[in-house]
Design a binder for this molecule. Structure first.
Ligand SMILES: C[C@H](O)CC(=O)SCCNC(=O)CCNC(=O)[C@H](O)C(C)(C)COP(=O)(O)OP(=O)(O)OC[C@H]1O[C@@H](n2cnc3c(N)ncnc32)[C@H](O)[C@@H]1OP(=O)(O)O
Length: 711
């Protein structure tokens, strides 16, 4: 037996060596440059012992394999050369592993990501557990990087070029069954027999390199020169369309994989390490890394200091509509809790149940979920049209119409039918929580829990405490949302909270630009090019023009004139245009519209009384809309609506899709420079008036030379 801080080597009676990685004092195994010599020594020791028949590489952590290279180590690199050397070190270490005389088998349970998967791919075989905790992937692109230790070269060999491109460009993670199907792992076994299965694999000898069977079409595409050209040019085209050129890592990924495929492994590795070093130094990667650090930090926060959250055993949702159905879905499938849906009709309940059924069924088809697990998850959701089954729920989330009297009635109903400790969480997007709690017998248990649509996809929730909400209620609601897989930010109880408030001004500005004569396509394209997932006019159609019209007067009454939506928008509602849900809005909908084709409904210009007369370029459009958003975000920080710039950044990225490569509104202001933002706002203020007046906090920061984050 030989030990270091992070690795231990034990040789069994059957002469199989078990190499265990377990970094002392860390909750998860990550790869550090300092491990290279330790691993080299251990591999040498194994090589020197001719009796050893093979090696199982396994993690000593209960629920994780290796989460990749240490991101903090990468973050502290001072130059591209330094980062390139780290990548080269990893490449050499994994080459050494793959060249071992004896078979080396990776026994994988839990996350096996980034450098962790690169290590596993360098082994001669991989066995993974069938646990849902086991996921395999190369998520480096989400950090603005590419896999730097051979991943871009080994993955295409195992799963084919097209699948590798897809996995590395998206960073998607595969469950064990999917990984087996893709050719990434050799066997999938229950966790209880993982080690024994791996030992058996070792004793069976080095497996021959199996080339994954390919269809005739894929053979043509991947094994002929013209076919490969087509694959790479298509990947490039799709990537450019998707990233708008905002993510340098994506382009480098394609180039580096192509280099390996066309010029061989060693050239591929060299290109990989070089690109890794360069990407590590980009502002895009720094911004994306900051999101990782922020979200990991936030996972530890209760939202209410040292308070211990109450345990939730059962939840309920009021309203089986799109939001209610989505909330029940994440409660059952992500939080793993029984959830009762109450709706006024059986139809509403069936629709909500069908929603989850359809979502889960898709996952089963993709082998992401086993059918038995799907059934288990479905059984957690039950429905009722009265309050039966509410006697033991710990939290109720209300997702009914935006009607104050109705919501107050719901509070009274819940206080009557549920235990004393039950929390009432409202998914309102516009009504003040203190008003919903006004008639409550236990206002300290009333809170806002604002989800974004579609609930199962959007990662953010706003947790809104009114003045009387107790710390216990806040902490329990935050913990509940986190169990649902959400990233919660705690915000103050004021109109629009944070996300809708900054979004409203941005949307209003897009509307102003449209009314001044810019075309709908141009406005949407400008903001997509800036980095938003969809343009503001498309978003308005998605959210509902009527919803926007309902929120706008509330915001302008509470927060001021700048929130008043352009009056011409009334004409849209008068014309029956509510957006996508009514198949009538800014764009064309309905069966006659080809799937994937988005065409403006040109008649909308007439309704609005607009003659298209282009005067602005894409940058000017984006700058005007985002200037409003940035200014308002700072105002929210100043007013304590959000607790920190970090929360404001995560809220905007996860709630609206603010471009992640910019790191959020506050990081973006830091990179623009406060003075430059003020100059832009002043210019726009001169032309368009006070809606662009820089907020006092910005002016003060400029005076004192402050930033939101340390430089
Ligand atoms: C050369 C290579 O190609 C380059 C790379 O490998 S880059 C790294 C690629 N890997 C990744 O991006 C994975 C990042 N990690 C994750 O996504 C998630 O942590 C996870 C899915 C592995 C686990 O999630 P979860 O169970 O919620 O645990 P989470 O709270 O995030 O992490 C637990 C701890 O591990 C740390 N951690 C996880 N992955 C890490 C990493 N790659 N580097 C540094 N720390 C990491 C977290 O900071 C946290 O530390 P703490 O307990 O001291 O705060």
């Amino acid at each position: 037996m030989s030990d270091s801080n992070s690795f231990s080597l034990a040789v069994r009676d059957d002469q199989v060596a078990i190499l265990t990685m377990d970094i002392v004092g860390e909750s998860m195994n990550v790869l550090k440059a300092s491990f290279a010599s330790e691993i080299e020594q251990l591999l040498q020791k194994i090589t020197n012992d001719s009796k050893i028949k093979g090696v199982v590489f396994i993690s000593g952590k209960a629920d994780s394999f290796i989460a990749g290279a240490d991101i903090s180590m990468l973050d502290s690199c001072k130059s591209a050369d330094e980062a390139e050397k780290i990548a080269q070190m990893g490449q050499q270490m994994f080459d050494r592993l793959s060249q071992m005389r004896v078979p080396v088998v990776a026994a994988i349970h839990g996350p096996c990501l980034g450098g962790g998967l690169e290590l596993a791919m360098a082994c001669h075989a991989r066995i993974a557990t069938d646990s849902p905790k086991t996921v395999l992937g190369l998520p480096e692109v989400q950090l603005g990087l590419l896999p730097g230790s051979g991943g871009t070269q080994r993955l295409p060999k195992l799963v084919g070029v097209q699948k590798a491109l897809d996995m590395i460009l998206t960073g998607k993670q595969l469950r064990a069954a999917q990984a087996k199907k893709a050719g990434l792992v050799d066997d999938v076994v229950p966790q209880s027999i993982l080690l024994e299965a791996a030992v058996k694999k070792v004793l069976a000898g080095k497996p021959p390199v199996v080339v994954k069977k390919q269809s005739v079409l894929n053979k043509l595409l991947e094994q002929t020169s013209p076919g490969r050209k087509l694959v790479f040019s298509q990947a490039l085209k799709q990537t450019l369309a998707k990233t708008q050129g905002n993510y340098p890592a994506a382009l480098k990924i394609i180039r580096v994989i192509q280099t390996g495929v066309e010029q061989g492994y060693n050239q591929g590795l060299a290109a990989e390490a070089k690109a890794f070093g360069q990407l590590c130094m980009t502002p895009e990667s720094a911004a994306l890394r900051s999101i990782f650090f922020a979200t990991t930090q936030m996972k530890k926060e209760t939202g209410a200091g040292a308070v211990i959250p109450q345990k939730i055993h059962k939840a309920a949702v009021l309203g089986g509509g799109l939001m209610g159905g989505g909330i029940a879905n994440v409660t059952a499938t992500k939080a793993g809790l029984p959830v009762r849906i109450k709706d006024i009709s059986e139809k509403g309940i069936s629709a909500a149940l069908k929603y989850t059924y359809d979502q889960l069924n898709k996952k089963v088809k993709k082998r992401f979920l086993r059918k038995t697990d799907m059934q288990k998850q479905l059984l957690r959701i039950t429905g009722t049209t009265d309050f039966s089954g509410f006697h033991d729920v710990d939290i109720v989330v209300e997702a009914v119409f935006e009607d104050l009297a109705l919501k107050q009635q719901m509070v009274a109903d819940i206080e009557q039918h549920c235990p004393e400790h039950t929390i009432f969480a409202s998914n309102t997007s516009s009504l003040p929580i203190h008003q919903i709690a006004e008639k409550a017998a236990r206002p300290e248990q009333v809170i806002g829990l604002h989800y974004f649509s579609p609930v199962d996809k959007m990662p953010l929730v706003e947790v809104i405490a009114h003045e009387k909400t107790s710390a216990q209620t806040i902490a329990t609601t935050v913990a509940f949302a986190r169990k649902q897989g959400k990233t919660p930010i705690v915000v103050k109880d004021a109109a629009g909270f944070y996300v809708n408030r900054i979004l409203a001004l941005y949307m209003n500005e897009a509307a102003n630009i449209l009314l001044a004569g810019e075309s709908i396509e141009k406005i949407d394209k400008a903001l997509v090019k800036f980095g938003f997932p969809v343009g503001p006019i498309t978003l308005l159609d998605e959210v509902g023009i009527d919803v926007g019209a309902k929120i706008s007067p509330i915001l302008s009454a509470e927060l001021g004139e700048r929130f008043t939506a352009p009056a011409a928008f009334e004409k849209l509602l008068a014309d029956g245009r509510k957006g996508k849900k009514t198949e009538k809005g800014f764009y064309q909908y309905g069966k006659s519209v080809k799937k994937g084709k988005k065409l403006v409904d040109e008649s909308v210009y007439n309704v609005l009384g607009v003659t298209v007369a282009p005067a602005l370029n894409a940058d000017e459009i984006a700058s005007r809309c985002t200037a409003q958003m940035l200014n308002e975000a700072v105002r929210c920080l100043d007013e304590g609506i959000i607790a920190s710039a970090r929360d404001g950044d995560i809220g905007a990225i996860f709630g609206i899709g603010f471009p992640p490569f910019l790191g959020g509104p506050f990081r973006y202001i830091d990179s623009l420079g406060v003075n430059n933002l003020i100059a832009t706002l002043r210019q726009l203020e001169n032309r368009f008036g006070s809606r662009f007046t820089p907020c006092p906090r910005l002016l003060k920061m400029a005076e004192q030379g402050e930033r939101f984050y340390p430089n």
